[in-house]
Design a protein around this ligand. Structure first.
Ligand code: SF4
Length: 450
């Protein structure tokens, strides 16, 4: 039975240290009772308390990992129905469906196409992350051969067959990279559970409708499989959305552990536009894995962009790594500009430097992703932090001169920065759009190399 906030509070350290992101242990306990956070956020909780808290400390939706190594995908661990209540932690992963009836050359070609389904957005690369291999041939040998060709730790796999013999043959080739097994149903669940345990792989449990699905999940759990993904086999988008929402409500609002797992959704079909529409619905509500029949960048662009927006943490601005970025073919005479690590600020300033055709160093100061004026007002972009960043990232060793250009909006700190850094401080334009004209005016020492 779920514990109340006060019962949880009694087991916490009661130091009100704030490391969990809550001002007091009581606030944290209340949030934990409401499934709005997890016990792991408190670094000081005792092992004894962890045991005592039992289910209250485990996430309402289990964290399930597909794949191995750096490119493994993590799903679940969500704590809210709506992003504005806190955030969504793990974005749904996209899988490109491939049939095992393709020739080895065509399978390789598909893999190459998958690599091109990615886009650079605000300094990060987003794309289709998985391959869903379907045993369309019905032939275990062909299925295993295709799994061997596509097996790659860079792209976690979903193996799709209801035949345990075909699944085992494919797992022998690709099991070490921890693919997702699709799927255990009423007819094969015992054998699929054995395979999931033998190869330490996550397992999709599928049954028509939530009631039958819940009954089968309990059997699979009873057989010792913990990493489960749910498929309620909906017949249309209406049923699919209804089930997705219901599963999340049961897990978060009713604390029903039977449904406390990520879900999978299929969007295949000939109509590419409808696939994008269906995938958009599942990005919004609440699929963990979305399987698509796409292999061209234009087919994936809209949903990758939508996912980026929905799964951006509203509490954390998108930020760049704080360091020195050379823009263009810099030399030891190139000008040095400084700004904050808010992504939009970085890309705007870097873009204008590029447009000026005058290579320059851009020192990015860690201001928790805030823009210049916000960071200045919050005392995160001041002579001390700027000077510290310049020293820490070693700009002194990169240029012969000692002049730094600051954004015009913070002209007021120029004197303090000169004192703190020992560098001559020039006040640049207020708006990034003024940078090209400004740099061209700065003088011969910043001329672009011929
Ligand atoms: S981190 Fe732990 S001890 Fe510190 S306030 Fe949060 S719950 Fe209390």
């Amino acid at each position: 039975m779920a514990l109340t906030g006060l019962q949880i509070y009694k087991l916490l350290p009661k130091t009100n240290c704030g490391k969990c992101g809550f001002p007091t242990c009581l606030a944290f306990a209340m949030a934990l009772a409401g499934k709005k956070t997890e016990l792991a956020q408190c670094p000081d909780v005792s092992e004894e308390a962890k045991t005592a808290l039992g289910e209250a400390s485990s996430p309402p939706i289990r964290l399930v990992t597909i794949g191995a190594g750096d490119r493994k995908a993590e799903l679940g661990n969500e704590t809210v129905m709506f992003r504005h209540e806190q955030t969504f932690y793990h974005k749904p992963v996209f899988a490109m469906r491939v049939d095992d009836t393709l020739s080895p050359d065509d399978l390789q070609a598909k893999k190459e196409k998958l690599k091109k389904l990615s886009f650079d957005r605000v300094g990060m690369v987003f794309g289709v992350e998985m391959i869903a291999l379907k045993n369309s041939s019905g032939n275990p040998v062909k299925f295993a051969g295709a799994a061997g060709i596509l097996n790659d730790p860079e792209y976690p796999m979903i193996l799709i067959t209801s035949d345990p013999a075909a699944m085992e043959a494919a797992l022998e080739k690709a099991g070490s990279n921890r693919p997702l097994i699709y799927a255990a149903d009423e007819s094969n669940w015992e054998k699929m559970c054995e395979l999931a345990k033998k190869y330490s792989c996550p397992l999709v449990v599928k049954a028509k409708g939530l009631e039958a699905l819940g009954a089968l999940v309990e059997k699979v759990k009873g057989a010792g499989v913990a990493d489960i993904i749910l498929d309620s086999e909906p017949e249309n988008l209406h049923e699919a959305l209804r089930d997705q929402v219901q599963v999340r409500r049961l897990a978060l609002k009713k604390n029903n552990r039977t449904y406390g797992y990520p879900t999978i959704a299929f969007c295949g079909g000939d109509d590419i536009e409808m696939q994008a529409a269906r995938a958009s619905a599942f990005i919004d509500k609440y699929a963990g894995v979305i399987v698509l029949d796409v292999d061209e960048p234009w087919q994936a662009l809209s949903i990758i962009t939508l996912r980026l927006n929905i799964y951006t943490d509203p509490q954390k601005p998108i930020q760049m790594e704080a360091k020195i970025y050379p823009v263009g073919q810099v030399t030891d005479e190139s000008p040095v500009l400084v700004t904050t690590n808010f992504s939009l600020t970085y890309f705007t300033v870097a873009g204008e430097i590029e447009a000026s055709k005058i290579p320059a160093y851009l020192v990015i100061v860690d201001t928790d992703g805030t823009s210049v004026l916000t960071a200045w007002a919050a005392d995160k972009f001041n002579p001390e932090t700027i000077s510290k960043a310049m020293k820490q990232y070693g700009i002194e060793g990169m240029v012969k001169h000692r002049s730094v250009i600051i954004p015009g909006y913070v002209a007021v700190i120029s004197g303090g920065l000169e004192e703190e850094s020992g560098w001559k401080v020039d006040v640049g334009p207020k708006e990034a759009a003024g940078i090209p004209a400004y740099l061209k005016k700065v003088g011969p020492k910043v001329k672009a190399p011929a």
